[in-house]
Design a protein around this ligand. Structure first.
Ligand code: HEM
Length: 402
């Protein structure tokens, strides 16, 4: 298919697609693995759906992340919130990632294990008082927020503000409610500015203090980069792990044989988490890449300025890579899924996300062994949007019915 036939016959980016994108992906993988699309705002681009093409695209440095190289600063494309490694190319990327990595160390993450278990237990203790819970609002959403806020050193009284600002940042990336979002962003940068100043004078052992102090060969993060990095960590901490826990539990509840297997073999939790990430990944599409020049990719002519989107959940259901890809099998061996991306932008928070997922899902299953979905899965409302895959609510009953 060539560019002029883009989106031909396939209703991408609709509610139906959000509900179940897999049939569309199957068709695209077979016929158009690099598929011409037009985004709702008219932007021309490509969607990549096979595992092989996804691996190549995620590593292809002709597809760039820093869109200011193409568009300059027009339409606020490059704001302080994108001044971080996710929106940078080499050599800036290496420098930014290296500085953040110095603060976000495996030791710091491993040191959070006990605290994550405590927060989990507190949330479940509260939920246990009622016969029903909404897995998202009552558990999957608050857990990663509390964790990232504690790591960063956000006072608990300010956590709700962070939730509002994080939502605005995400909505802003969808181009919605410009005025309100602008206001929230000003509040957010104001808050961060005074917080950075206080921390500089009086550093502690939290992540912000480490980020401010991180240094490589005399080089440090600038104030704008600190805004960019902190907002990225906050968004990543708010919007992704919630859906690992939510989608993961949903998949297990819809596959009682796998739920029971994990219950009787809790030692399978690590391979279960990998399979849940593959089966219904929390990040539907990679963040955008842009063709930095005209070139050919898998037989398609990409033009400078085209947007390139990698459908990670499609790659993770590619039968050429995964045997019986639509089967949920928590004992699946060797599962090189792309839920965390690959290449230089591979998720920096993957060890933290995996640890949170393991603790959350094992604890839920231990505490509420008779948990059941109390909604018809066809009624579940999948969140619209371009990047994250998750449902708004997952009502469950916690105890056996008498
Ligand atoms: C990058 C997924 C949790 C921090 C990414 C990318 C993916 C991803 C797919 C690459 C995007 C691309 O190449 O376009 C996930 C999933 C998560 C998760 C599925 C939860 C299950 C987290 C957490 C943090 C985090 C908890 C930190 C608090 C980052 C950062 C990057 C990133 C900093 C940018 C890395 C770079 O550009 O070098 N993540 N993420 N992520 N993630 Fe995550």
């Amino acid at each position: 298919m060539n560019y002029s036939e883009s989106n031909g016959g396939l209703a991408l980016f609709t509610k139906e697609f959000a509900k179940n994108p897999y049939p569309a992906y199957e068709k695209l993988r077979e016929t158009d693995p690099v598929y011409p699309i037009t985004l709702p705002d008219g932007q021309r681009g490509w969607m990549i759906t096979t595992y092989e093409a996804a691996m190549e695209a995620l590593k292809d440095q002709r597809m760039i992340k820093d869109f200011s190289k193409l568009f300059g600063d027009q339409m606020g494309h490059r704001s302080v919130f994108t001044e971080n490694m996710l929106f940078s190319d080499p050599p800036d990327h290496k420098r930014l990632r290296g500085l953040v990595q110095k603060a976000f160390t495996p030791k710091m993450i491993a040191g959070m294990r006990g605290r994550i278990q405590e927060i989990t237990d507190e949330l479940l203790e509260k939920a246990a008082e009622r016969p029903q819970m909404n897995l998202i609002d009552d558990f999957a959403f608050p857990l990663p927020i509390i964790v990232i806020c504690e790591m960063l050193g956000v006072p608990s009284a300010d956590r709700d503000k962070f939730r509002i600002w994080s939502n605005s940042l995400i909505e802003g990336s969808n181009g919605e409610n410009a005025e309100r979002i602008y206001e929230h962003m000003n509040e957010f940068t104001g808050y961060l500015g005074s917080w950075f100043a206080k921390t500089q004078e009086n550093p502690g052992d939290d992540l912000i203090s480490q980020l401010i102090q991180a240094e490589e060969k005399g080089d440090q993060l600038t104030e704008r980069e600190l805004y960019g990095v902190v907002s990225l960590l906050i968004i990543a901490g708010h919007e992704t792990t919630v859906n690992l826990i939510g989608n993961g539990m949903l998949s297990l509840l819809q596959h009682p044989d796998q739920f029971e297997k994990l219950q009787s073999h809790p030692e399978l939790i690590q391979s279960a988490i990998e399979e849940l990430l593959r089966f219904e990944g929390p990040v539907e599409f990679s963040t955008s890449r842009w063709a930095g020049e005209d070139f050919e990719f898998k037989g398609q002519a990409m033009k400078r300025g085209d947007i390139v989107i990698v459908a990670l959940n499609s790659a993770n259901h590619d039968p050429l890579q995964f045997e019986n890809p639509d089967l949920l099998d928590i004992t699946r061996e060797k599962s090189p899924h792309l839920a965390f991306g690959t290449g230089i932008h591979h998720c920096l928070g993957a060890p933290l996300a995996r640890m949170e997922g393991e603790i959350a899902i094992s604890s839920l299953m231990r505490r509420f062994p008779a948990m059941k979905l109390s909604i018809d899965p066809a009624e579940l409302e999948w969140r619209p949007g371009m990047i994250v895959r998750g449902v708004k609510e997952i009502p469950v009953s916690l105890y056996p019915s008498r």
